[in-house]
Structure formats: C-alpha cells, structure tokens
Design a protein around this ligand. Structure first.
Ligand code: AQP
Length: 333
C-alpha cells in the first residue's frame, strides 16, 4: 500500500568508460536524494553501451565498476533496486515492440545519434540509431513517473513520452507517461578542454573530463589546464563558457552561489580560481574513491546486489511486457 503512493524513479548510466563528474553531478548525485521518499530503480545500461564498440573484457570490468560507483555515491541497495540491464530480457523485447511504433523520421532528428555517428563514423550501426527506443523501453517497463538525467538526455525523454502516448492511443492506456527531472545546477557539465562540448566519459581527450576515479594530482592538473579565456575576471558571461563551467563545478561541490564565488575570487586571477575548483572536486571525490576501492575488493557482494536487483526488476518488467504482448495481439501460452 505504502509503495503505491510513492513515485517510481528510473535512471541509468552506460558502463562505456569510467564515470565522470558530469555523470555524477548531472545524474547520480540527484538519484541519491530521491531514495528516501520514492520507489527507485537504477540500472547499469550495458545493452546501450555496445552501440559503440566495447572491448568485451573492459565492458565486463566496467559493469562491476559502474555498480560499485553507484553504491560509493550513496545509492543504497536497502532502499533502491540496482541491476544490470542485460539481466532483464524484457528491455530488449519491449524495445522491439516499441520500435514498431517509432518513426524513422523522429529517430533521425536525435542530436545524440548525429553526434555519436560523427564521432564513430566507421560504426554507424542500427543500435546507435534505435538507442532512444531501447531507452523508452527501459523507462516504460517500470511505470516510471520521473527520470532524473542530465540535459543531454532531454530529447530522449521527449521521444519516450511520444512513444508512450502513441502506444496508449493505439492500444488503450498501458504506459505511465514519464517526465524528465533535470537538476538546477550541473545538468550539463562541459568539457574542460572545449567548453562548447559536453563532458563525456568516452572523450578521446583525457584532459576534457574528470573521471570519478582520477587521483588528486590528476584532478588538479586537469583543472589547471582547463580552457578559459583571455580575461582574468571570474564571472558568467557570453564568451566565458569555460569560466562559467568551472563556476558550476565549484558550486556543485561547495554549495556556493555565483555571487559568492564572484566575491571570493574578486581581484584574483584564474590560477587561484582553478586551484580552488580542483581542490573542491578532489575533496568531494576522496570519500567516494575510498568506498569504491573497498567495494571492488568484494565482487561477490556486488554480484549479490546484481542478482537481487535483477530478480525484482524482472518481476516488474515481465508483468508490463505480458500486458503489452496481450494488447498488441500476441497469443499467450
Ligand atoms: N556532461 C554531463 N553533464 C551532466 N550530465 C551528464 N550526463 C552525461 N554527461 C553529462 C548524464 O549522465 C547520465 C548517464 O549518461 P550515459 O552514460 O547513459 O550516456 P551519455 O549521456 O552519453 O554520457 P557520456 O558520459 O557522454 O557517455 P559516453 O561518452 O559513453 O557517450 C545521463 O543522465 C546523462 O544525462
């Protein structure tokens, strides 16, 4: 009864690299806050990861690492369901059905497809194109009310809503129409090497991102090299995207407002500002890294969480899938 009143929250991250502070500030940090009042399901979306070529051994290791990062960031298996996408076959099965009511034209408009196909010109595969359909299946399988994600996923949330509405209109009410949740600060952390580009864990330029597992020296070095501008003033303004991005990161790790940050660094150069941002990020990541190390030393604990999560997720997902199969006219046995 209690669960019926709670909102269902669903989100996930691809194990396509070591997660960055972009993934953390834009997504996972906000998931933690939802856990007490809501019914949360968090997934390691390995099916999505193979839309870009992954070395199998790396993908396997990163799946454990991503799960350990969720836990180290404060996702609590006693409060939330945590599972690996490929352990729940209904994701791929529902994606097929939803793909049959998703238009080629609407998928062609997805900016992430355009970006990723430009970056992976030798591997523009069908999975990369239909990625948003699988993401719609992820969300719709669980009757999700709210999807906490970064700004880059807004277009994918919108298409998931369109797919749900279209299916409901064609086959009668079946899916909850989900809404995106975007944090006020940190919804789009930009690359440190090119502040016009989103920070990404698979960026070929290591200086563009801060990985959650970067040690203190690396964090400090990357922030020192961060691209800014030819002025010296710490403030947000057009043409100062690099400084604005550093202010956002500093604010997320310290809780300070823009006005407080401007005041703190008035009359000081970018050098001191970058040192402070680096130190705040390194301090913020240190406890998470310590916990991550402990978790990775206990694979069987991680596997236990995966198993329990998969059981619970499978139970919910199969029910939704059966309903969908019935509605579209498949014969049940
Ligand atoms: N730079 C970012 N700022 C804020 N939020 C971000 N997210 C990703 N980058 C930023 C959010 O992190 C969650 C998981 O993303 P994902 O791994 O599923 O895919 P992605 O959005 O494509 O992330 P990456 O890091 O750029 O991965 P790769 O390099 O593999 O493509 C999502 O909620 C996303 O919004």
């Amino acid at each position: 009864m209690e669960n019926e009143k709670k909102k269902r929250i669903f989100s996930g991250v691809q194990p396509s690299g070591i997660l960055t502070i972009g993934n953390y500030l834009g997504a996972i940090k906000n998931w933690v806050d939802f856990q007490d009042e809501n019914d949360c399901i968090f997934c390691v979306v390995d099916l999505h990861a193979i839309t870009v070529h992954q070395v199998p051994a790396d993908l396997r290791r990163r799946t454990y690492e991503t799960l350990a990062i969720y836990l180290a960031c404060g996702i609590d298996p006693a409060k939330s369901t945590i599972f690996v996408q490929s352990h729940v076959p209904a994701h791929a099965e529902l994606a097929w059905v939803l793909g049959c009511s998703t238009m080629f034209g609407e998928l062609s408009r997805m900016t992430q497809f355009k970006d990723k196909s430009a970056r992976n010109a030798g591997n523009v595969n069908a999975g990369l194109f239909t990625y948003p359909v699988l993401m719609a299946a992820d969300i719709l399988l669980y009757g999700t009310d709210l999807v906490p994600v970064g700004k880059d996923q807004q277009q994918h949330i919108e298409i998931a809503r369109d797919i749900a509405i279209r299916f409901n209109q064609t086959y009668s009410d079946t899916f909850v129409v989900p809404e995106g949740f975007f944090p006020k600060s940190g919804a789009k952390i930009m690359s440190l090497a090119d502040p016009t580009k989103k920070m990404s864990k698979s960026d070929a330029n290591q200086n563009g991102f801060i990985s959650l597992l970067d040690d203190r020296d690396t964090v400090m070095r990357k922030f020192r090299r961060a691209v800014t501008d030819s002025e010296t003033e710490v403030r947000r303004a057009p043409g100062k995207e690099g400084v604005g991005n550093l202010m956002t990161i500093y604010s997320c790790f310290t809780g300070k407002t823009d006005a407080e940050i401007e005041e703190e660094f008035r009359g000081l150069g970018y050098g001191e500002f970058k040192e402070a941002v680096g130190a705040a990020a390194a301090d913020g990541l240190a406890p998470l890294q310590a916990r991550f190390k402990e978790l990775m030393a206990d694979k069987s604990y991680l596997e236990g969480i995966m198993k329990e999560g998969a059981e619970h997720a499978n139970h919910i997902a199969r029910k939704t899938l059966s309903k969908v199969y019935r509605k579209v006219g498949f014969v049940g046995l």
